[in-house]
Design a protein around this ligand. Structure first.
Ligand code: BEZ
Length: 246
């Protein structure tokens, strides 16, 4: 799996909207004051912080040590852990995840760990990039890389609702709700900063000049579609899901 290095300060400048737009997911989570909750892929803990007063305890996990340090600075109970290798056993009433699962390219390993981590009747509530997510960007980026002869790895998993439902059912979950929807999302900064922060895996084989050139080319190509009234957007598509351990 390609490695993306996270800088919590830069992440906050380029993508603070990720946690804000994840807030409606807390409605689907319906936390109870007696609940133990796992926030999977908690990042810098911005949403974990919102969950904390609504339950008995919440644990944040993330594969990035830098992000876990940032979460701990918010006084959140958080540990570095790769969600492909969860080792929890019937410990949580809910597993929650916002904008993280599309980085995890072996979904069966992740889902079996989530299933095991949940108490009987526990729930899994998540939102992440679904089929067609950032398609305009991925298409332009991969076309430019191919034209330059630069090998790349696409680090993202964007499933359809049908494919993800099947995986959930195979693991033993009952799918209560699943929806794929478009969310054309304004960016706080230039698209080049989004590409630089999130697209690192695509540029692993590019030198700094090639990377600059490709980012420049991609942003020029995408301006007619993604630059609207002086504002850059990303063509996000979200997959939102609630599934129960049966
Ligand atoms: C997303 O939240 O859908 C996303 C963010 C960065 C890269 C890819 C997808």
């Amino acid at each position: 799996m390609a490695k993306t290095k996270w800088d919590p300060v830069k992440y906050n400048q380029v993508a603070d909207f990720v946690a804000k737009l994840g807030e409606p997911l807390l409605v689907l989570l319906e936390p109870k004051l007696s609940d133990s909750i796992l926030d999977l892929g908690c990042g810098d803990g911005s949403l974990t912080e919102k969950i904390k007063p609504l339950c008995q305890n919440v644990l944040g996990i993330d594969a990035s040590a830098e992000m876990i340090l940032a979460a701990k600075a918010k006084n959140i109970n958080a540990v570095v852990k790769d969600a492909h290798n969860l080792d929890f056993n019937e410990q949580f009433d809910s597993v929650f995840s916002n904008a993280a699962l599309h980085w995890m390219t072996s979904p069966n390993a992740v889902l079996s760990g989530i299933y095991r981590a949940l108490k009987p009747q526990g729930q899994f509530v998540a939102e992440f990039g679904g089929f067609g997510n950032a398609r305009i960007i991925v298409d332009a980026l991969t076309r430019c890389l191919e034209r330059e002869g630069i090998a790349y790895q696409n680090p993202w998993y964007f499933p359809t609702a049908e494919a993800y439902s099947d995986l959930l059912v195979q693991q033993g979950f009952r799918v209560e709700y699943i929806e794929l929807f478009d969310r054309f999302t304004p960016l706080p900064k230039h698209l080049s900063e989004w590409l630089d922060t999130f697209g690192q895996a695509f540029f692993e084989n590019a030198d700094i000049q090639q990377k600059r050139h490709i980012i420049n080319e991609v942003t020029n190509l995408l301006k007619p579609d993604l630059f609207v009234n002086g504002q850059w957007y990303v063509d996000y598509v979200r997959l939102r899901v609630k599934a129960l351990k049966s």
